[in-house]
Design a protein around this ligand. Structure first.
Ligand SMILES: Cc1cc2nc3c(=O)[nH]c(=O)nc-3n(C[C@H](O)[C@H](O)[C@H](O)COP(=O)(O)O)c2cc1C
Length: 172
Protein backbone atom coordinates (compact mmCIF):
# COMPACT_ATOMS: atom_id res chain seq x y z
CA UNK A 1 0.00 0.00 0.00
CA UNK A 2 2.90 2.39 0.66
CA UNK A 3 4.11 2.23 -2.95
CA UNK A 4 0.56 2.13 -4.34
CA UNK A 5 -0.52 5.33 -2.59
CA UNK A 6 2.62 7.21 -3.63
CA UNK A 7 2.74 6.08 -7.25
CA UNK A 8 2.06 8.78 -9.80
CA UNK A 9 3.06 9.32 -13.41
CA UNK A 10 6.47 11.02 -13.41
CA UNK A 11 7.26 13.02 -16.53
CA UNK A 12 10.56 14.76 -15.67
CA UNK A 13 13.91 12.99 -15.54
CA UNK A 14 17.41 14.08 -14.56
CA UNK A 15 19.08 11.84 -17.16
CA UNK A 16 21.04 9.89 -14.52
CA UNK A 17 21.10 6.26 -15.78
CA UNK A 18 19.35 3.42 -13.93
CA UNK A 19 22.00 1.36 -12.12
CA UNK A 20 22.58 -2.33 -12.84
CA UNK A 21 21.25 -3.19 -9.39
CA UNK A 22 18.09 -1.13 -9.92
CA UNK A 23 17.59 -2.76 -13.31
CA UNK A 24 17.94 -6.20 -11.74
CA UNK A 25 15.29 -5.31 -9.12
CA UNK A 26 12.94 -4.04 -11.81
CA UNK A 27 13.34 -7.21 -13.85
CA UNK A 28 12.70 -9.32 -10.75
CA UNK A 29 9.40 -7.47 -10.25
CA UNK A 30 8.46 -8.11 -13.90
CA UNK A 31 9.23 -11.82 -13.64
CA UNK A 32 7.02 -12.02 -10.52
CA UNK A 33 4.02 -10.89 -12.58
CA UNK A 34 1.08 -13.17 -13.27
CA UNK A 35 0.48 -14.01 -16.92
CA UNK A 36 -2.66 -15.57 -18.44
CA UNK A 37 -2.54 -19.38 -18.28
CA UNK A 38 1.10 -19.13 -17.22
CA UNK A 39 2.11 -18.54 -20.85
CA UNK A 40 5.22 -16.51 -20.15
CA UNK A 41 6.47 -17.15 -23.67
CA UNK A 42 3.51 -15.19 -25.07
CA UNK A 43 5.15 -11.87 -24.16
CA UNK A 44 8.61 -10.43 -24.59
CA UNK A 45 10.21 -7.55 -22.76
CA UNK A 46 12.81 -5.18 -24.21
CA UNK A 47 14.84 -2.89 -21.99
CA UNK A 48 15.98 0.10 -24.03
CA UNK A 49 18.77 2.23 -22.56
CA UNK A 50 20.79 3.10 -25.67
CA UNK A 51 20.30 6.87 -26.14
CA UNK A 52 20.24 6.56 -29.94
CA UNK A 53 17.40 3.99 -29.81
CA UNK A 54 15.43 6.10 -27.30
CA UNK A 55 15.88 9.07 -29.63
CA UNK A 56 14.62 7.04 -32.61
CA UNK A 57 11.49 5.98 -30.71
CA UNK A 58 10.93 9.59 -29.64
CA UNK A 59 11.29 10.68 -33.26
CA UNK A 60 8.81 8.02 -34.49
CA UNK A 61 6.32 9.18 -31.83
CA UNK A 62 6.82 12.86 -32.67
CA UNK A 63 6.18 12.06 -36.34
CA UNK A 64 2.96 10.17 -35.56
CA UNK A 65 1.52 12.41 -32.84
CA UNK A 66 3.10 15.79 -33.60
CA UNK A 67 4.41 15.99 -30.03
CA UNK A 68 8.04 16.13 -28.91
CA UNK A 69 9.61 14.15 -26.05
CA UNK A 70 6.91 11.58 -25.50
CA UNK A 71 9.46 9.56 -23.50
CA UNK A 72 10.18 12.64 -21.34
CA UNK A 73 13.96 12.25 -21.60
CA UNK A 74 13.92 9.14 -19.38
CA UNK A 75 17.10 7.04 -19.56
CA UNK A 76 15.18 3.74 -19.80
CA UNK A 77 12.13 2.50 -21.67
CA UNK A 78 10.84 -1.01 -21.02
CA UNK A 79 8.68 -2.28 -23.88
CA UNK A 80 6.23 -5.18 -23.60
CA UNK A 81 5.30 -6.96 -26.81
CA UNK A 82 2.78 -9.74 -27.33
CA UNK A 83 1.41 -11.93 -30.11
CA UNK A 84 -1.88 -10.53 -31.38
CA UNK A 85 -4.45 -12.58 -33.32
CA UNK A 86 -6.97 -9.82 -34.03
CA UNK A 87 -9.71 -11.52 -32.01
CA UNK A 88 -11.08 -11.40 -28.44
CA UNK A 89 -8.18 -13.50 -27.14
CA UNK A 90 -5.93 -10.45 -27.62
CA UNK A 91 -7.42 -9.21 -24.36
CA UNK A 92 -5.07 -11.44 -22.40
CA UNK A 93 -2.04 -10.21 -24.36
CA UNK A 94 -2.85 -6.60 -23.55
CA UNK A 95 -3.64 -7.48 -19.93
CA UNK A 96 -0.40 -9.45 -19.55
CA UNK A 97 1.59 -6.45 -20.74
CA UNK A 98 -0.29 -4.06 -18.44
CA UNK A 99 0.14 -6.37 -15.47
CA UNK A 100 3.90 -6.63 -15.98
CA UNK A 101 4.10 -2.86 -16.45
CA UNK A 102 2.27 -2.21 -13.18
CA UNK A 103 4.64 -4.57 -11.34
CA UNK A 104 7.56 -2.67 -12.86
CA UNK A 105 5.96 0.66 -11.98
CA UNK A 106 5.43 -0.21 -8.31
CA UNK A 107 8.98 -1.57 -8.07
CA UNK A 108 10.24 1.72 -9.54
CA UNK A 109 8.35 3.64 -6.83
CA UNK A 110 9.89 1.49 -4.11
CA UNK A 111 13.35 2.04 -5.64
CA UNK A 112 12.74 5.81 -5.63
CA UNK A 113 12.82 5.97 -9.43
CA UNK A 114 10.35 8.01 -11.47
CA UNK A 115 8.20 6.03 -13.90
CA UNK A 116 5.34 6.56 -16.33
CA UNK A 117 3.23 4.04 -18.20
CA UNK A 118 3.61 4.74 -21.93
CA UNK A 119 1.18 3.86 -24.67
CA UNK A 120 1.50 6.70 -27.22
CA UNK A 121 5.15 6.25 -28.21
CA UNK A 122 4.66 2.47 -28.20
CA UNK A 123 1.82 2.77 -30.71
CA UNK A 124 4.22 4.63 -33.01
CA UNK A 125 6.90 1.97 -32.46
CA UNK A 126 4.40 -0.79 -33.31
CA UNK A 127 4.02 0.67 -36.80
CA UNK A 128 7.75 0.99 -37.51
CA UNK A 129 9.18 -2.36 -38.65
CA UNK A 130 12.78 -1.10 -38.92
CA UNK A 131 12.65 0.23 -35.37
CA UNK A 132 11.09 -3.00 -34.07
CA UNK A 133 13.99 -4.85 -35.69
CA UNK A 134 16.51 -2.46 -34.14
CA UNK A 135 14.93 -3.29 -30.76
CA UNK A 136 15.24 -7.03 -31.54
CA UNK A 137 11.49 -7.53 -31.02
CA UNK A 138 10.86 -11.01 -32.45
CA UNK A 139 8.84 -11.49 -35.63
CA UNK A 140 5.12 -11.86 -34.84
CA UNK A 141 5.24 -9.81 -31.62
CA UNK A 142 3.59 -6.38 -31.40
CA UNK A 143 4.69 -3.78 -28.83
CA UNK A 144 1.55 -2.91 -26.83
CA UNK A 145 2.77 -0.97 -23.81
CA UNK A 146 5.76 0.27 -21.93
CA UNK A 147 7.16 2.12 -18.96
CA UNK A 148 9.74 4.87 -18.86
CA UNK A 149 11.92 4.75 -15.75
CA UNK A 150 14.65 6.93 -14.34
CA UNK A 151 16.00 9.22 -11.70
CA UNK A 152 13.76 12.24 -11.14
CA UNK A 153 13.67 15.33 -8.93
CA UNK A 154 9.88 14.84 -8.74
CA UNK A 155 9.46 13.23 -5.30
CA UNK A 156 6.83 10.69 -4.30
CA UNK A 157 4.58 11.76 -1.42
CA UNK A 158 1.43 10.15 -0.08
CA UNK A 159 -1.48 11.06 -2.34
CA UNK A 160 -5.12 11.61 -1.52
CA UNK A 161 -6.84 9.29 -3.95
CA UNK A 162 -10.54 10.16 -4.44
CA UNK A 163 -12.77 7.28 -3.31
CA UNK A 164 -14.94 7.55 -6.42
CA UNK A 165 -12.17 7.70 -9.00
CA UNK A 166 -13.47 4.56 -10.67
CA UNK A 167 -17.27 4.06 -10.92
CA UNK A 168 -17.95 1.22 -8.51
CA UNK A 169 -21.07 -0.83 -7.88
CA UNK A 170 -21.06 -2.79 -4.67
CA UNK A 171 -23.63 -5.58 -4.69
CA UNK A 172 -23.68 -6.86 -1.12
C1 LIG B 1 -2.61 2.08 -20.44
C2 LIG B 1 -1.99 3.39 -20.06
C3 LIG B 1 -1.37 4.15 -21.03
C4 LIG B 1 -0.78 5.37 -20.71
N1 LIG B 1 -0.08 6.04 -21.68
C5 LIG B 1 0.55 7.19 -21.37
C6 LIG B 1 1.35 7.85 -22.33
O1 LIG B 1 1.52 7.43 -23.46
N2 LIG B 1 1.96 9.00 -21.95
C7 LIG B 1 1.82 9.54 -20.69
O2 LIG B 1 2.41 10.58 -20.42
N3 LIG B 1 1.07 8.92 -19.75
C8 LIG B 1 0.43 7.75 -20.05
N4 LIG B 1 -0.29 7.09 -19.09
C9 LIG B 1 -0.42 7.67 -17.73
C10 LIG B 1 -1.83 8.20 -17.44
O3 LIG B 1 -2.05 9.39 -18.16
C11 LIG B 1 -1.96 8.43 -15.91
O4 LIG B 1 -1.76 7.19 -15.26
C12 LIG B 1 -3.31 8.99 -15.49
O5 LIG B 1 -3.50 10.27 -16.03
C13 LIG B 1 -3.45 9.06 -13.95
O6 LIG B 1 -2.40 9.84 -13.39
P1 LIG B 1 -1.38 9.21 -12.35
O7 LIG B 1 -0.68 8.04 -13.02
O8 LIG B 1 -0.41 10.30 -12.01
O9 LIG B 1 -2.16 8.75 -11.15
C14 LIG B 1 -0.87 5.87 -19.38
C15 LIG B 1 -1.48 5.08 -18.40
C16 LIG B 1 -2.02 3.85 -18.73
C17 LIG B 1 -2.64 3.01 -17.63
Amino acid sequence: MKALLRRKSVRTYTGVPVTDDQRAQLLKAAYASPVAMGQYDSIVMTVVEKPELLAQIDAAAAKQFGREKMLYGAPMLIVLATKLKGDASDNSGYSNAATVIENLNLAAVELGLGACHIWGAIAALAEDDALKQALKIPEGFTPVGGLVVGDSADAYTKRDIPDNRIATEILD
